[in-house]
Design a protein around this ligand. Structure first.
Ligand SMILES: *Cc1c(COP(=O)(O)O)cnc(C)c1O
Length: 409
């Protein structure tokens, strides 16, 4: 990485790769396949002896440019892009874990990640859930079959912050793969590489793309993990520098064989969106902090969950690690206030799922995205029936506060 700032680097990353006609960003390449005049060259590309493009399920120039941009953002070694964030998580773990392996996961998880991990058991990979705000809980869940630890930076919807540095040290000591889902902090606010992460997940659908107009996901190799000591890498992928082995296996066993490929149009949307990640995050964090403080001081709200508030249990950790506290903030409403009535009164804030959009969004989590997991698991995750989650956008701060004020009635 050069010494230029985050946004300057991103804006000029594509064209420095040398784009045809002097194009200032990577064009959308829609061709599914690539022809070769020399059949020997085709064979060399297929065998990985020459760089080049083969078939669109495996690789595409527009997608490659986005992968390079994600790698730059995360200060990583290489990245693989996927059709969605869930595909990034599912495919990465499928490619790296085997029957009989065990993994430890934070119990504070994105709902579909939780659902995915709950179905790993029947496929032969056991998962233990632990309170990731405490490294001791994670350590206790590790056994002799453990290969990997999975955490999120800030968990949605209750905004718990994982004990990221301590878990990083624990994984390094025990030789475990450390996977960090950086979706809620984004590489602008936090680089998991700095706390020893082996692999970083980003749902590009959220803040990186930022406009709710394209789905995508990515995994980035940080270069920290010694893959030569990992028994699940196939001999075929043990070529060259070991820091490239896992990502190679994820691309071949995952993207190529599973086919959760990111399309070039989506890659283009996500790439253009990512140019303004820094600007949007600054504004989103400022809005969310102002709203959290305002709500916290308002007696009509029972409780506010936001890592930027001094009363948040991991406030000190979040202040030390993150360049901002993110855009997710949740509230518990006091019993007489019905969360549905409150949501229906919001005029500016949109009642919907998704997060990381430029627009502010709200959802009654227990009744929607966390409904399927049932009341017991919801209780474990600290999700009350009255909990409302907001993904704060880039609207004008005064307008957001006015909207909350009138909706609280
Ligand atoms: C949304 C999200 C995902 C999944 O991403 P999709 O692109 O919707 O598949 C994974 N992790 C976190 C933390 C998310 O917020």
């Amino acid at each position: 990485m050069s010494q230029r700032g985050f946004t300057s680097q991103l804006l000029h990353a594509d064209r420095r790769g040398g784009i045809e006609h002097g194009s200032i960003h990577k064009p959308v390449h829609t061709a599914v396949t690539y022809g070769y005049d020399d059949a020997r060259e085709l064979a060399a590309v297929f065998q990985g002896r020459s760089p080049g493009y083969t078939y669109g399920r495996q690789v595409n120039p527009t997608v490659t440019a986005l992968q390079d941009k994600i790698t730059l953002m995360e200060d990583g070694v290489a990245s693989a892009a996927f059709a969605t964030g869930m595909a990034a998580i599912g495919t990465t773990l499928f490619a790296l874990l085997r029957n009989g392996d065990h993994m430890v996961s934070s119990s504070f998880l994105f709902g579909n990640t939780n659902s995915l991990f709950n179905s790993f058991d029947v496929h032969g990979v056991s998962v233990s859930f632990a309170d990731a705000t405490s490294v001791d809980d994670i350590a206790e869940a590790i056994n002799e079959s453990t290969k990997l630890v999975f955490v999120e930076t800030i968990a949605n919807p209750r905004t718990q912050v994982s004990d990221l540095e301590a878990i990083g040290r624990l994984c390094a000591e025990r030789g475990l793969i450390y996977v960090v889902d950086n979706t809620l902090t984004t590489p602008y606010l936090f680089r998991p590489k700095s706390v020893g992460a082996s692999l970083v997940i980003n749902s590009l659908t959220k803040y990186v793309g930022g406009h709710a107009n394209a789905l995508g996901g990515a995994v980035t190799e940080t270069g920290h993990y010694a893959w030569e000591s990992f028994s699940n890498i196939y001999d075929d992928y043990k070529k060259g520098d070991p820091s490239g082995w896992a990502i190679q296996q994820i691309k071949k066993k995952g993207i190529r064989d599973f086919g959760a490929t990111l399309g070039p149009e989506a890659a283009h949307h996500l790439s253009i969106g990512s140019d303004t990640l820094g600007l949007r995050m600054d504004r989103i964090c400022a809005n969310a902090l102002a709203l959290a403080k305002w709500l916290d001081a308002d007696p009509r709200v029972q409780r506010v969950y936001y890592p930027g508030l001094p009363g948040h249990p991991e406030h000190a950790l979040a202040s030390r690690l993150f360049g901002g506290f993110g855009g997710i903030l949740s509230i518990d409403l006091p019993p007489p206030l019905d969360c549905f009535d409150f949501l229906n009164r919001l005029e500016l804030v949109i009642c919907t799922s998704n997060l990381g959009d430029t627009r502010s969004l709200a959802i009654p989590v227990a009744h929607s995205i966390y409904f399927e997991m049932g009341p017991e698991r919801r209780a474990e995750m600290g999700i009350d029936d009255s909990l409302v989650r907001f993904s704060i956008g880039i609207e004008d701060e005064a307008d957001l506060i006015a909207d909350f004020d009138q909706a609280l009635g």
